[in-house]
Design a protein around this ligand. Sequence first.
Ligand code: GCO
Length: 454
Amino acid sequence: MTAFESTDLGLQFPPDFIWGVATSSFQIEGAAVEDGKGRSIWDSFCRVPDAIADQSDGDIACDHYHRWAEDLNLIASLGVDAYRFSVSWPRVRPTGAGRWNEKGLDFYERLVDGLLVRGVKPYLTLNHWDLPDELQSSGGWANRDTVHRFVEYALGMHDRLGDRVAAITTHNEPWVMAMLGHETGVFAPGLKDRAIAMQVAHHLMLSHGLALQALRAQGCKAKLGIVLNLSPVHPATDAPADLAKAQLEDGRLLRWYMDPLFKSAYPQDVIEFLGLDAPRIEVGDLQAIATPMDFLGINYYSRSVASAAEPWDVHRSGREVTDMGWEIYPEGLTELLLRLHQDYPVPPLYVTENGGAFKDQLINGRIRDTQRTDYIARHIVAVAEAMRQGVRMEGYMVWSLLDNFEWASGYEKRFGIVHVDYASQLRTPKDSALWYRDFLQRQRAQRDAAATGA
Ligand code: GCO
């Protein structure tokens, strides 16, 4: 038995702390060309030979577009407070400009209303990577016009759902879209050009700020924020070259996004490193990016280790790694949250994603995924430790509700707390889901007992 087979971590979170589960549109919805949906850059990228490890695509995925009601029942059965999902931009506005697609909008209306009747708060993300393909043909995020198309999209979704969602996130992980999509090219749209990648990063941040301003001008009541993937970057050794590498990586991963959001400036050391690859910035852009937010979401999976000579071998630390080959390093989450709290005037923080891929075995209808439970529990403890040291935290969400399309890894990596049999689309809650449910039940019971003074 692992330390966390018990549901009592000896922790009591504040009564209004938000517990949730997260997914994203492209990874679960399927129905790639149904009801008027346009193609996204991920639909196209999946057709590039060898772009996806198992040569799969998002055409069916978890078939959530049709099974949404069953999935909402699953979510409700876990007893979570919130569900973080994303809207597929090309489903609601097929070419990213011009005509809106009523059937696509209806789907998200059903989803949001379905959450509300089940007592679950909708946390809506506008951009979890599936940009309309049509916009990519005119340069995608590298084209400044896309910034304005995004603001229109944000306003359109606000018109439809702004009165019912608890929170709106502009972008999920701008670093991933910019760097993996445009510098290393392992994600859609698959470009390999640093200057383009940095311009994309800037336009993503600019569109975030302008969307916030436009939404507020419309009287938006939902909380507004952005989600960043962040990690502490540790030098492999104390050698000056490793220290310098760690400093630069920290600049490119964390400060490149946090500094403009909270200090209205890009980090000077990174600008110098980029030289001619630095983005074009217009007057007023940095002020727009620094528009105040109601929350900041952090996606945390592992730490990062910088090594100047050769790539860091993750097995050197002797720690367990997940099926993604990511080192399990929960104390890195405490370290990261404390650092954000100390270095920046942050709004309340959420862990908007945290979880692990492991090799699950379905035996007699049961998945004993103790490693995943252990992973989640240890990271919840890490959040509690940050809070004990003074960090303002508002919520924690598990990635992911369902096994799903794990981008370039296809369906080979399973992050769900609920198992999906892709042939039959049967959902089976894993032991980690049952643990999470019981943990939340216990939190609520303690909360109620405290409230009645029992
Ligand atoms: C992410 C993505 C998820 C991934 C998860 C695991 O935001 O990086 O939101 O889509 O599936 O991070 O790699």
